[in-house]
Design a protein around this ligand. Structure first.
Ligand code: PEP
Ligand code: MG
Length: 893
């Protein structure tokens, strides 16, 4: 741990985010560029980590705090706890990466009966002081002590306040006068004494120490841990603590506070966008208790301050070369900047701002490509409510609120996060409906299609989070009433039960009754420009996992330059099932051949469609993989049916037929089918199926080539673990390919290759690569087998593993670099040694996960393959990987 543990703002700078956190580093930077920042100091993240490890402060930390405080006191000409001219401070968390609302903040620290009296004397504003005092007692109790005393939670104090408001006949907080607030402080302190058996701490130094400790602790609170897991932020970074002079926006009508963005965070438009409230403190804006005014209305209240703010906003954006989110306070006509950080924004705004910043010469194309999170292009493909449907059918508008997060969503009403989680788990699309959005709702929000709240402004923390994840959100829908006990919501006399459908339009803030169909947005000009820039830096190919001509066409549209995985078994579903069953149930070769010959023209037609859609790009077709019983009815169902038939005495030919099926199902039954007769094993056992498939693939390729189109089929044999499995099958299939081309009278360019899905295959790549023109990593199976877990059932315990931090991320979602990645690395090195020209790709789900894509780039794979909707994500991640290769990383988490 470094010797220096506490930094005055002017001692730090923007580069010190590891040590001072994002907020602390920015406060330092802003101080150094001459902005009006209230003075203060930052306690380093190392101290938080020390605290997390040892459960206590590093030796002498409070001495360093006292020393820094003395410097601030000197600067301000005020002293913490001074009965004549007291200093009040805020104590805020601030990690390296912004975690909005996830950790704790204490404001107005330093208040006690003496300092309150002094402040009243100094300001002549009794109401303001009692207001600050009551806020402080509530916040301090909630944040610092409610872990130990749950009855000190904020809601308990709010109930006391509600009772008082009722008593004095006040509607809003602002209607309560100084005497009322003074009485409230007394009630709060009395309540504190009742709950804890002790007096509310009145020593400001003790208050400070406890608040610092609470912020350290909040690094590991539940919502912060969920947020970091989701954002893949390391748990060992720790948070810094910023102690800063309080300035007050609630000192009268010449004071105010607000939050503003240097560009519109919803659309990216180049205009200052934000909200403020006169005579209020920060949390009033964020909590949405009073409806804020828009930032341009500030010009009406105070044109000079507005002008000063606009200039500072421009200066900050130019200085940081990115859109900024700025918190400001006006104290008695004087503007203070409390903090700034890169602003959260919608996917659309990400693209808009990045492209505009390049066009304005503020950043380079490389920086733009590195700056946009790789998930963004995927979010750009979010649906909106179909405008034509709305125009034509005029669905009933239930209510209107603020357009807090764009996009359209339709789902069943779920009241509160717990219901949303439960209903989503049961497979429903849900809209989370709540009185307000709080950071605690993160889990419920992520499980929902959309979010609807009765209160809360557009800059409320959870609304920011919703936008970041592209969850369509309507906030501040004041007509909405929620009855949690009756499980109903209502607006304008219309009552809906939980579970009934609504549709929300987060782009214009409308809530509709019933189901409005959603529609994908047009991918417009700046998005295409941005993706072109990304592609210009990208060196690794991006292919699609697609099984139908429609998916193939969509994939090409979204930028795929090939199919990396066509799962042919998907072509055996639907109305073809009886033909497949006939083939499985065939009693002799002749009957099987007959069944297969019926499937052949259909399969061939499928491939013709796909090859045409792919316009000459390579198409990797995987031969049948799953066990045959997947195409038959379930054993349990057949047992019940045949038993019932027997009981009823229905033992005629229909029964005989069912029994035949039952016996075949029993014969094919496996205890662990994922490790059973599937992949190439099935092909060895039942070569007829794959022979038919190869005849269909090559036949289709010949047909397409005859039609004058370019075609490059790559035939992939799954689940190989032994080189001789591959040679055994390939020999027969080569023969089929040759015979088919001969019969068609034309030659096509085709390849045989294999999937690497079994650890043994990865470890014997030196043998297998000699027999394969390409490898494709099937990391779904490879992960399953490397971990010895089942991809179907691991969902039961993997979430617990993540929660308990046994593993940082789900390896079925993001590649496990250490284990599975090591197998891949060995495989790549050994394969290239014996077959330098071998084509290498990945087609497991990981091919669309940005971190996994970046790992595949490092391994030197030729391409990644993923579902069509993930293609733009993979393209951007691959571009970033190429730009980051010299060690630089846009988001070095
Ligand atoms: C894989 O195992 O990664 C793969 C792509 O094949 P499937 O998911 O079809 O088993
Ligand atoms: Mg597989």
């Amino acid at each position: 741990m470094s010797n220096k543990r506490v930094y005055l703002f002017h001692e730090g700078n923007a580069k010190m985010r590891d040590l001072l956190g994002g907020k602390g580093a920015n406060l330092a930077e802003m101080t150094n560029i001459g902005l009006p920042v209230p003075p203060g100091f930052t306690i380093t993240t190392e101290c938080c980590n020390y605290y997390s490890k040892h459960g206590k402060f590093p030796e002498g930390l409070m001495d360093d705090v006292r020393e820094a405080l003395a410097a601030v006191e000197k600067d301000m000409g005020k002293k913490l706890g001074d009965p004549e001219n007291p200093l009040l401070v805020s104590v805020r968390s601030g990690a390296k990466f912004s975690m909005p609302g996830m950790m704790d903040t204490v404001l107005n620290l330093g208040l006690n009966d003496q300092t309150a009296d002094a402040l009243i004397r100094l300001t002549g504003n009794e109401r303001f002081v009692w207001d600050a005092y009551r806020r402080f007692v509530m916040m301090f109790s909630d944040i610092v002590l409610s872990g130990q005393y749950p009855d000190l939670k904020k809601e308990k104090f709010e109930h006391i306040f509600d009772a008082l408001k009722e008593k004095v006949g006040a509607k809003q907080d602002t209607d309560v006068d100084a005497a009322g607030l003074k009485e409230l402080v007394g009630q709060f302190k009395e309540y504190f004494r009742k709950v804890t058996g002790q007096d509310f701490p009145s020593d400001p130094m003790k208050q400070l120490e406890l608040a610092i400790e609470a912020v350290f602790k909040s690094w590991n609170n539940e919502r912060a841990v969920i947020y970091r897991n989701r954002e893949k932020i390391s748990h060992d970074l720790g948070t810094a603590v910023n102690v800063q002079t309080m300035v007050f926006g609630n000192m009268g009508d010449d004071s105010g506070t607000g939050v503003a963005f240097t560009r519109d965070p919803a659309t990216g438009e180049n205009r200052i966008y934000g909200e403020f409230l006169m005579n209020a403190q920060g949390e009033d804006v964020v909590a949405g208790v009073r409806t804020p005014e828009t930032i341009d209305q500030l010009a009406e209240h105070n044109p000079e301050i507005y002008q000063q703010f606009v200039e500072i906003a421009k200066k900050l954006e130019q200085h940081y070369r990115d859109m900024q989110d700025i918190e400001f306070t006006i104290e008695k006509g004087r503007l203070f900047i409390l903090q700034c950080r890169a602003g959260k924004r919608t996917p659309q705004a990400h693209i808009e701002i990045a492209v505009d910043h390049v066009n304005e010469g503020l950043i380079t194309k490389e920086e733009a490509v590195l700056r946009v999170p790789p998930e963004v292009p995927g979010l750009m493909l979010l649906p909106s409510l179909d405008p034509d449907f709305v125009k034509r059918n005029k669905p009933t508008v239930l209510a209107k609120g603020l357009n807090a997060g764009p996009g359209g969503a339709v789902g069943k009403v779920a009241i509160g996060s717990a219901a949303a989680l439960r209903m989503a788990e049961a497979g429903d699309d849900v809209i989370l409906v709540g009185r307000e959005t709080t950071p605690d709702d993160l889990g419920g929000m992520l499980a929902s299609r959309g979010v609807l709240t009765a209160t809360g402004g557009k800059t409320s923390h959870a609304a920011l989070v919703a936008r970041q994840y592209g969850i369509p959100t309507v906030c501040g829908c004041s007509a909405l009433r929620i009855d949690e006990a009756a499980r109903t919501i209502s607006a304008d006399g219309v009552v809906l039960k939980e579970g009934e459908y609504i549709s929300i339009d987060g782009t214009n803030g409308l809530v509709y009754l019933g189901q409005v169909p959603t529609k994908m947005p047009e991918v417009s000009g700046k998005f295409a420009t941005f993706m072109e820039w990304a592609d210009s830096f990208r060196t690794m190919g991006v292919r699609a996992n697609a099984d139908t001509p429609e998916h193939a066409a969509e994939a090409v549209e979204l930028g795929a330059t090939g199919i990396g995985l066509c799962r042919t078994e998907h072509m055996f579903m639907g109305d073809r099932v009886p033909m497949v069953q006939a083939m499985i149930l065939a009693e002799d070769e002749a009957a099987r051949e007959e069944a297969l010959s019926k499937l052949l023209p259909l399969q061939r037609e499928d491939f013709v469609g796909i090859f045409k859609a792919m316009k000459g790009y390579p198409v990797t077709v995987r031969l049948i993989d799953p066990p045959l019983h997947e195409f038959l009815p379930s054993l349990e169902e057949l047992l019940v049916e045949t038993t019932e038939m027997r009981v009823k005495g229905e033992t005629g030919p229909a029964y005989e037929e069912k029994m035949k099926l039952l016996n075949k199902v029993k014969e094919l039954h496996e205890f662990n089918p994922m490790l059973g007769l599937r992949g190439c094993r099935l092909s060895i056992y039942f070569p007829g199926i794959v022979r038919m498939q190869v005849a269909a693939i090559i036949g289709a390729a010949c047909e397409v080539k005859k039609a004058g189109l370019d075609v490059h089929p790559e035939i992939m044999i799954p689940l190989v673990g032994i080189v001789t499995e591959l040679t055994h099958i390939k020999e027969q299939l080569e023969q089929v390919a040759q015979e088919t081309m001969k019969a068609e009278g034309i030659e096509v360019d085709y390849k045989f290759g294999t999937m690497i899905e079994i650890p043994r295959a990865a470890l014997t790549a030196d043998e297998i690569a000699q027999e394969a023109a390409f490898f494709s990593f099937g990391t779904n199976d490879l992960t399953q087998m490397a971990y010895g877990l089942s991809r179907d059932d691991a969902g039961k315990f993997l979430p617990l593993y993540i929660e308990k931090r046994i593993i940082p991320v789900d390896p079925t979602e993001s590649l496990d670099v250490k284990g599975v990645g090591r197998l891949m690395q060995i495989c790549v090195e050994d394969a290239r040694k014996v077959n330098p020209g071998i084509k290498l790709g990945i087609c497991g789900e990981h091919g669309g996960d940005p971190d996994s894509v970046k790992f595949c780039y490092k391994l030197g794979l030729d391409y990644v393959s993923c579902s069509p909707k993930r293609i733009p994500v993979a393209r951007l991640a691959a571009a970033q990987a190429a730009l980051e290769k010299d060690g630089g990383s846009a988001r070095d988490k």
